[in-house]
Design a protein. Structure first.
Length: 344
């Protein structure tokens, strides 16, 4: 039995083990697989595997497992997630066009032709919407449209900004409501960006984005003092990067619950390609609706499209619909006559 041997006898009881000890003694920082070690000492992988296990038991070698990404299996899982989401959306659908019927809750036109086309009955005004977007697809302009609509009618908005200065956001909102005066007191910022870049915030509420409890408390305090009709969280990507997926998802659940309690509209932005589909699907599962914006290059140039992946309580079309962004940053629907190659 090996355990009854003297230590040095156990270390040298086979030539393979002796070769391994010599190899590691001369290469103290070496790390390799059994197959690699076998090639180095000219032995079979089976012999080396047997002897390294004994050296690991003695503690002379450390066993470190190495993990690699199984791309084929990951693609299978991504496809399965996508199919589950699609099947979930198709439940209760009426007609081949994919109109989704839902409960009777307050809805209103968005004021944007391209959105009103895919939301024929209007957007639920008391819902949490995930805005999945490619960079450059115009998500900030879309948010600015809704913010401008609310503030112009003297309704209060909470804007949790994690990726931009409040002053820049005000400029984008102003560009959406040209020649109209905005009472900025109705736009209340929770500035989580200034601290990130080390700049003194000019806002009353400036919060460290890594302090999720502080963000939640700030939103609650505002809602206890004001009637809020719109809340914006821009963007969810930063929360995930700063605090990790689980903590960010928990905050998203809290913010969605706050919005539902206040019976207001809530938009949360997220890069649609920055994370694994399982993470995106988890966020989609928390909210009431999902609007997806994509931007692609084609022979005719930059092509922007949007679709409604999910919208509880409202009819919606799931097909991609083309749009463009004007010089003023406004969403413009592209009709068939404006699409290159379309029949007259």
């Amino acid at each position: 039995m090996k355990r009854s041997m003297k230590l040095f006898e156990r270390l040298l009881d086979t030539d393979v083990k002796a070769d391994l000890l010599t190899l590691f003694h001369n290469n103290a920082t070496l790390s390799d697989t059994p197959e690699g070690l076998a090639r180095r000492i000219g032995r079979s992988a089976e012999e080396v595997q047997r002897e390294v296990e004994d050296l690991v038991e003695l503690g002379i070698l450390k066993k470190v497992q190495v993990y690699s990404f199984a791309l084929d299996r990951d693609r299978e899982i991504q496809d399965a997630i996508s199919k589950q989401l699609v099947l979930g959306e198709m439940t209760g659908a009426s007609g081949a066009q994919g109109l989704i019927l839902g409960a009777q809750i307050p809805k209103a036109p968005t004021g944007l032709d391209v959105l009103d086309r895919v939301l024929p009955d209007g957007l639920p005004t008391t819902s949490a919407i995930l805005l999945l977007s490619d960079p450059g697809a115009g998500e900030e302009s879309l948010l600015a449209h809704f913010v401008g609509e609310q503030t112009l009618t003297a309704r209060s908005v909470i804007y949790v900004t994690l990726d931009n200065f409040p002053s820049n956001i005000r400029q984008i909102v102003q560009s959406q409501v040209t020649n109209q005066n905005i009472d900025w007191s109705f736009l209340i910022f929770v500035d989580c960006y200034s601290k990130t870049v080390g700049v003194e915030s000019e806002e009353t509420l400036a919060v460290d984005p890594e302090n999720l409890s502080a963000i939640s408390i700030a939103v609650s305090e505002i809602m206890s003092k004001r009637t809020i009709t719109l809340m914006v969280i821009n963007s969810f990507n930063t929360l995930i990067r700063k605090r990790g997926v689980r903590s960010a998802m928990e905050l998203l659940r809290v913010m969605v619950a706050r919005a539902r309690q206040a019976r207001c509209l809530c938009f949360v932005t997220m890069n649609r390609k920055a994370f694994h589909p399982a993470i995106v699907a988890s966020a989609q599962d928390i909210v009431d609706g999902v609007i997806e914006l994509k931007i692609e290059e084609s022979e005719e140039g930059i092509v922007r499209s949007l679709r409604i992946l999910k919208m509880i309580g409202a009819k919606h079309l799931t097909a991609w619909t083309r749009y463009d962004i004007s010089d003023e940053g406004k969403f413009v629907q592209i009709g068939p006559e404006k699409i290159a190659g379309a029949p007259p």
